[in-house]
Design a protein around this ligand. Sequence first.
Ligand code: CAA
Length: 376
Amino acid sequence: MNLKFTEEQEMMRKMVRDFANNEIAPFIENMERGEFPREILRKMGELGLMGIPVPEKYGGSAMDFTSYIIAINELSKVSATVGVILSVHTSVCTNPIVYFGTEEQKNKYVPKLASGEYLGAFCLTEPSSGSDAASLKSRAVKKGDHYVINGSKVFITNGGEADVYIVFAKTNPELGSKGISAFIVEKNTPGFIVGKDEKKMGLHGSRTVQLTFEDMHVPAENLLGAEGEGFKIAMANLDVGRIGIATQALGIAEAALSAATTYAMDRQQFGKPIARQQGIGFKLADMATSVEAARLLVYRAAYLRTHGLKCTMEASMAKLFSTKTAVEVTTEAIQVFGGYGYTEDYPVERYFRDAKITEIYEGTSEIQRIVISKHL
Ligand code: CAA
């Protein structure tokens, strides 16, 4: 693995870092109050950030996968909310269409997703099927030139805001995971009902909703891949998505480490900066070491993906370790700040609240261990 980023990748890092500091940072308070960052996403579309790894032919920026991971990382250092919105939009909505769609589907949806005109979402999880994704109950029945879909989905990131949804439903319930199919569903489809908005511990600017499908008529040409291929499409794209969440978690941990280090250099107790007290200095050293290890796992998985190599296990390792690091480092960052860390005057309490979900969504840490152990 080449540990040196290319000039193009460094340019992406600088561009996104500047954008995050100038355009996103001033909007954080609004997002903390629950405002969805529509205008920020519009500007990201103008900069080509809504379709970073998408081929030019379909209106994308045609940059490599590592550049995309760098972008989510830089966004997440400032706002994990914007990081997850972009990750879900690209990894598990746009990518499945790029990789599994027909030419007509690609021409119809991808340019609009890549430009940011459309926002994307991914609908796998249901009230009674989370980790055991193959046990989902939504049902799709073919009637003439349509599929009629009934069912409900929960914890849908970008739900309600998104224009296009990749929906998983059973076309043949007797075949288990091989009876699941994927569909491209537009928000304005009759029978598509947006339900409860979840009130979450963190990621306050990101919308997470329940969805219900009531006799939702989806044109047969919106079947993505072949009937029965849905589970594989979900899993293959989660490989990519998990690297996105791993880099989001890395961004949160890096931000917490940076804030804690700056504070510890400044804060004086017992006649010297607390960074020079061994208890705090060693804590920062451990935090920095974990962050560095997470970074290596994230960019190793990204490198494999960039070079078209299989990365299922490495993506799970990166997600498992990086998200654990984010939770630990943000917890320790609050400890470094002491009482101030527990207040909203400093960002570390937000990092702590935003970090926890990274160990849960796109496959819990326990699921990542299942994937890793199956590969050993
Ligand atoms: N790529 C391609 N195919 C894959 C695959 C992958 N990574 N992983 C599995 N498959 C295939 C298998 O090869 C198998 O096919 P064959 O029988 O033809 O070989 C088929 O899929 C079934 O595989 P398993 O028997 O391993 O499936 P399983 O039922 O035991 O489940 C699991 C495996 C890894 C536990 C899976 O259920 C899983 O990942 N669960 C977690 C679900 C998840 O991550 N949900 C996230 C929701 S999205 C989200 O969170 C987005 C957001 O809001 C941020």
